[in-house]
Design a protein around this ligand. Structure first.
Ligand code: UDP
Length: 408
């Protein structure tokens, strides 16, 4: 179909960090299948688009926006720095790119879909005189705490003025959640950093969205969903929106098939995190001593970052790969537990695969997800002390594989 003849043109503004753009693109691809007369323009950074877009050509067209990085910027150890730069460049980088998108397609924009964290979506859509649809790629509970941020700050206190073990029991189904489980920037941390500021604004602006869609399903958190439905006119649970990643170039699924049912430990800390060296060491020691077979999707260089001799000693028990087809792995019957950072996509994929989790959260919604998996939904464990130690990891593995409660 020629773009100029298309009946509608929808522009999509993606957040190009972590696993935000991939599930957003997945839903846009599904929408595009459902609306063959509509043109979709998908705006992200060059790097994010190149990682996210499948090789096959789809009807959704990628457009690159400026990433905000200074000339010659070299990536440092701190992964939050490029995010800060990018958030300084919004919304102007998007609004400039939208003009180019309209010029190139010859079609004005009829609807704006954005990652929900873009609070400025409300103003940009008003400027274009079109509806704004906000898509939250996390869970309802994480969205809810951002919407209720001012109330929570008042009730809990900020920057340690209130006890961090204080329960959020004033919200239905939140009694096991403590202030300490909340994402940074709500009651502790740097409230003026770009991300907390953006998320705070999001909580205030979301009521201006024509619809809010969330990567979750209602039954998972029905009381929380009900509170959000009371607050917003159109609140839609459209998940799980997972990417089916067909890339099994390292033969993970065949390797899993050589193992008995529910015996393998699958390990991944998502697309952005590698635990610090002492925690990697502790996990390796726990794996070696407990002897469970393991499949590890490892960000980084295992030869350099894992303890000396570990790869050789565990060759018959373990497989370490740079990328694994995680959704399919979690649906494989040989996988018995998932050691994870508690990223939302990983939690959903574990639910879909019916795999219990052992969680070591790092930042953002991961602490809240961990506590919810452990104490509300009951299909996983946070680690003692919140970090990976040899004793804590062994206890969690043995509990999951060997105890009646763990098996249940
Ligand atoms: N993932 C994958 N293979 C890997 C590592 C990660 O397919 O080897 C996918 C995983 O299935 C999930 C996403 O990457 O969909 C990670 O998202 P999550 O929200 O859990 O964590 P983030 O990357 O945002 O920290």
């Amino acid at each position: 179909m020629e773009e100029a003849n298309a009946s509608k043109h929808i522009a999509v503004l993606a957040f190009p960090f972590g696993t935000h753009a991939a599930p957003l693109l997945n839903i846009i691809l599904q929408l595009s299948d459902a609306c063959p007369d509509t043109v979709f323009s998908f705006l992200g950074t060059r790097q994010s688009n190149s990682l996210t877009f499948p090789k096959k050509l789809y009807k959704v067209k990628p457009f690159n926006v400026w990433d905000g990085l200074p000339e010659g910027y070299m990536l440092k150890d701190d992964p939050s720095e490029p995010v800060e730069y990018f958030l300084k460049a919004v919304p102007e980088n998007f609004t400039e790119a939208l003009d180019e998108v309209v010029a190139e397609t010859g079609k004005s924009i009829d609807c704006l879909i954005t990652d929900a964290i873009y609070a400025f979506g409300a103003d940009v859509a008003d400027e274009l005189n079109v509806p704004w649809v906000a898509i939250w790629t996390g869970g309802s509970r994480a969205l809810f705490v951002h919407v209720e941020i001012d109330f929570i700050r008042e009730y809990v206190g900020i920057n340690g003025t209130g006890p961090q073990d204080k329960s959020l029991k004033f919200f239905p189904d939140f009694s096991p959640i403590r202030a300490a489980d909340l994402p940074g920037g709500i009651t502790t941390g740097d409230f003026n950093a770009a991300m907390p500021v953006m998320l705070h604004k999001m909580g205030l602006e979301l009521s201006r969205a024509t619809a809010i869609a969330v990567n979750s399903y209602e039954e998972l958190d029905s009381k929380v969903v009900n509170m959000l439905k009371q607050r917003f006119d159109m609140y839609l649970s459209i998940g799980p929106i997972n990417l089916v990643s067909a890339d099994d170039s390292h033969g993970c699924l065949d390797w899993l098939s050589e193992h008995d049912w529910e015996t393998v430990v699958y390990i991944s800390f998502g697309t952005a995190i590698t635990p610090p060296p002492h925690e990697l060491q502790a996990l390796c020691e726990a794996l070696e001593e407990s002897g469970f077979p393991f499949l590890w999707s490892f960000r980084g260089n295992p030869e350099k970052q894992l303890p000396s001799g570990f790869l050789k000693r565990t060759r018959s028990k373990g497989k370490i790969v740079p990328w694994a087809p995680q959704p399919e792995i979690l649906e494989h019957p040989s996988v018995g537990v998932f050691v994870s950072h508690g990223g939302w996509n990983s939690v959903l994929e574990s639910i879909v695969g019916g795999v219990p989790m052992i969680l070591r959260p790092f930042f953002g919604d991961q602490g809240l997800n961990t506590r919810t998996v452990e104490a509300v939904w009951g299909f996983g464990l946070g680690l003692e002390g919140g970090t990976l130690t040899k004793v804590g990891a062994m206890k969690a593995l043995e509990f999951t594989f060997c105890s009646e409660q763990g098996k249940k």
